[in-house]
Design a protein around this ligand. Structure first.
Ligand SMILES: Nc1nc2c(ncn2[C@@H]2O[C@H](COP(=O)(O)OP(=O)(O)OP(=O)(O)O)[C@@H](O)[C@H]2O)c(=O)[nH]1
Ligand SMILES: [Mg+2]
Length: 331
């Protein structure tokens, strides 16, 4: 029997994958259980959720008792069309990449462990911005637990490899092995392990950097031989800009969002400067909710100008938005 899970269930499940603490996990799991249709086809799923809820409660108790004296978590508020975390071994060029793609001014230096705290920056893509987060390096011995929360909640990770140094490939291997000992891992797609509580995978692009350096092409070949990953790869030079435009495009497209421009009912023109970005498949009600929940509650209809509908056609709240739609919400 199909489970017929609702969109709200899937939304709660997506939030569960990104949960940064046991408390958040518990909240999402309880929501998933509440949202789940109760019939024979979901018996197994319901039992599974109850087990996970029990586990999350235990984890919460452990987290509470270990918090004393512990370093507080580092959180970066999400901004823009999506969030992308830059990962890699020491000296891979993570900060140089942030500097090239955004207006942020991280310290870039020819020695390892330059970056000690996460730094965000906004990368432009056409008329929207994507948040990039530069991170301290990850090594066997250097990996603070807050880093996991940032990776889990990111829409995409960039795994940067240093092609300027013979140690680059090994450092990348070390990073992946370090993550393998945690419940936060990298993969070709984001998903949540159904059988292992809290094990979360974040979609990752491989980004071999410093292709301008002497010997880089040989090291790239070696990397492919030693670490055949089936993740999308973008070879770049963060310093001279080689390959960065295809990567910029791929980052934006990986977010799977549409841009929507809102227009006030009495205004002649829409605000074309600042589009809203919403997940592909979002509806006019989702847009209204982004603006204000009162607008969503009192929404009567919306006029849409776009490629899928004739100019100014009145549409209902369940209308699925298209990229570059102009929407006038009427309450
Ligand atoms: N040739 C070359 N050098 C680069 C490139 N990108 C970065 N570098 C150099 O590599 C060194 C390290 O760069 P960073 O951006 O500080 O590296 P990081 O990954 O942030 O290093 P940590 O913060 O220590 O983890 C600096 O000397 C940069 O100038 C590149 O594309 N080509
Ligand atoms: Mg750095």
């Amino acid at each position: 029997m199909p489970a017929n899970l609702t969109p709200s269930y899937h939304k709660a499940e997506e939030e569960y994958r990104r949960a940064q603490t046991a408390e958040e996990e518990l909240r999402c799991l309880q929501l998933m259980l509440a949202e789940m249709p109760k019939h024979k086809g979901t018996d197994h799923l319901q039992a599974d959720l109850k087990t996970k809820i029990a586990q999350a409660k235990k984890d919460m108790a452990v987290e509470k008792s270990s918090k004393k004296g512990g370093r507080p978590g580092v959180r970066i508020p999400r901004q823009g069309a999506g969030t992308v975390v830059i990962l890699g071994g020491p000296n891979a060029g993570k900060s140089q990449f942030l500097k090239t793609m955004t207006r942020a001014t991280p310290e870039v230096a020819a020695y390892p462990f330059t970056t000690t705290t996460p730094m965000p920056g906004m990368m432009p893509w056409q008329d929207v911005f994507v948040q990039l987060i530069d991170m301290p390096p990850i090594t066997k011995d250097f990996f603070e637990s807050y880093v996991q929360g940032i990776i889990r909640s990111a829409d995409l990770a960039l795994l940067m490899i240093d092609l300027g140094d013979d140690a680059g490939v090994e450092q990348c291997q070390e990073l992946l092995e370090r993550l393998q000992t945690t419940k936060t891992r990298l993969a070709s797609e984001s998903y949540l392990d159904e059988d292992d509580v809290g094990l979360s995978y974040t979609r990752t692009f491989v980004v071999p950097n410093k292709i301008d350096a002497d010997g880089a092409a040989d090291r790239l070949e070696l990397f492919h031989e030693l670490m055949p990953l089936d993740w999308r790869e973008f070879v770049i030079s963060a310093a001279d800009g080689t390959g960065i435009e295809p990567l910029r495009d791929a980052i934006y497209h990986s977010l799977d969002v549409v841009r929507v421009y809102s227009k006030m009912p009495k205004a002649k023109q829409a605000d074309m400067d600042k589009p809203f970005t919403l997940r592909v498949g979002s509806t006019m009600v989702d847009l209204a909710n982004e603006i204000h929940k009162d607008i969503a509650a009192s929404l009567k209809f919306g006029r849409v100008w776009g490629e899928a509908v004739h100019d100014g056609t009145p549409m209902k709240g369940d209308y699925v938005l298209h990229d570059k739609d102009i929407v006038e919400l009427n309450v």
